[in-house]
Design a binder for this molecule. Structure first.
Ligand code: UT7
Length: 353
């Protein structure tokens, strides 16, 4: 029994924010962001829109593409690091909205590796015969991580002379190496059981190593604190992730290349067998290193970080959805997916479209 991707869909937040617009609220420039990361713009939700809202949009499109409805689902796997609530997770909220009967809904949090981890979980449900149709979503609303206050958001909305609070520019600038990297989006795939044929999820390899978890984490707002959130943490902006960017950069290039090589070797495959490699979109320069390390020709690599920035669990299904809709990935094509993220977590998956 194999899990075949029967349909995909995505939902991009509506508010376009270019690099130049970010320079209205912090000391940064289009040139710096573009050259160091490849990001040219990102989209943010309107205040009040949640990760589950974006996920619902993506899920409905994925179900439509698969010719199914929520009533056909046996399970949901929901990958996000920006859930609507500390609890409950988004999986059950989505189950209710889609009209799926009560069934298993997994909420997983492996950050940028969330989709690959979710793919393994969905595939195993199907291989074990416990589900025939599984919805897998990667969705994020990162805008809540931003320390930007009302004045900053007003400037991004076009009120370029909106007043900033005392110290607001400085806080925005202090967190600029992180805030410029992210955008809000969701993407989903529907996996269905196929009893024969060679299409579907072929293999996945997952890794986690907590030894360097502090290199990319949210230092505040957690049950290590009592209470888990307080005014002091908010004043110190400890709800904003901290990141040792250079360290994460080095780990990402090494681990993504290693995972890709390992899964190809385990399956007796070579780069020449692949139609496309979908790499997590955290920094275009990371992916260019990986491309070089693997000896991948240009036509096997696709980027969309320039349009959406890093959408964490959303990046790989977004790439998949775009490639399928543009005809760059067709039925029968072999696709390698590879990601690295906070935790540290990383992994790779092989899927025949
Ligand atoms: O998916 C989540 C996983 N995250 C990642 O994969 C991120 C991996 N790391 C990276 O992508 C890069 O390390 C960054 C893009 C985050 C940073 O690029 P970098 O080339 O490593 O820059 P840096 O942090 O070493 O900073 C270089 C300079 C610093 O100024 P000084 O000290 O040289 O004067 C920074 O303060 O660039 C400055 N800087 C900025 N300047 C303008 C940092 N961020 C910005 C900014 N705009 N947004």
């Amino acid at each position: 029994m194999r899990a075949v991707i029967a349909g995909s869909g995505s939902c991009i937040a509506p508010k376009l924010v270019t690099n130049d617009m970010l320079a209205r609220i912090m000391d940064t420039s289009d040139e710096w962001i573009r050259e160091r990361t490849g990001v040219e713009q990102r989209y943010f939700v309107e205040k009040g829109t949640s990760t589950t809202d974006l996920a619902e949009g993506a899920a409905r499109r994925a179900l439509e593409a698969a010719g199914l409805t929520g009533a056909d689902l046996d399970a949901i796997v929901f990958a996000t690091m920006t859930p609507d609530h500390f609890f409950p997770g988004c999986g059950g909220l989505l189950q209710h909205r889609l009209g799926m009967r009560p069934g298993p809904c997994f909420d997983i949090r492996q950050q940028c590796s969330g989709f690959i981890y979710g793919l393994e979980l969905a595939d195993l449900q199907i291989r074990a015969g416990k589900a025939r149709t599984v919805l897998l979503v990667g969705a994020e609303v990162h805008s809540g991580f931003m320390p930007w206050r009302e004045g900053s958001w007003a400037r991004l909305d076009g009120h370029v002379d909106a007043p900033l609070a005392e110290g607001e520019w400085e806080v925005n600038t202090r967190t600029r190496h992180l805030s410029v990297l992210f955008g809000d989006a969701a993407a989903a795939v529907v996996l269905t059981a196929a009893e024969d044929g060679d299409r579907g999820v072929i293999d996945a390899m997952l890794f986690a190593d907590g030894a360097e978890a502090d290199k990319l984490c949210v230092p505040g707002v957690g049950f290590r604190h009592r209470p888990y959130v307080d005014d002091g943490q908010l004043a110190r902006a400890e709800f904003v992730p901290v990141m040792d960017g250079r360290h994460v950069f080095r780990m990402a290039t090494t681990r993504m290349a290693e995972a890709a090589q390992a899964i190809l070797a385990r399956n007796g495959l070579a780069v020449g067998d692949l139609r496309m490699v979908l790499m997590h979109q955290a920094n275009r320069r990371i992916n260019e290193y990986v491309q070089k390390a693997l000896g991948l020709p240009e036509d096997k690599v696709v980027h969309n970080i320039h349009k959406y920035a890093n959408t964490t669990a959303g990046t790989i299904p977004l790439l998949w959805d775009e490639c399928v809709r543009e005809g760059r990935v067709r039925p029968g094509d072999l696709v390698l997916m590879v990601a690295f993220g906070a935790g540290m977590t990383w992994g790779a998956a092989l899927v025949r479209a």
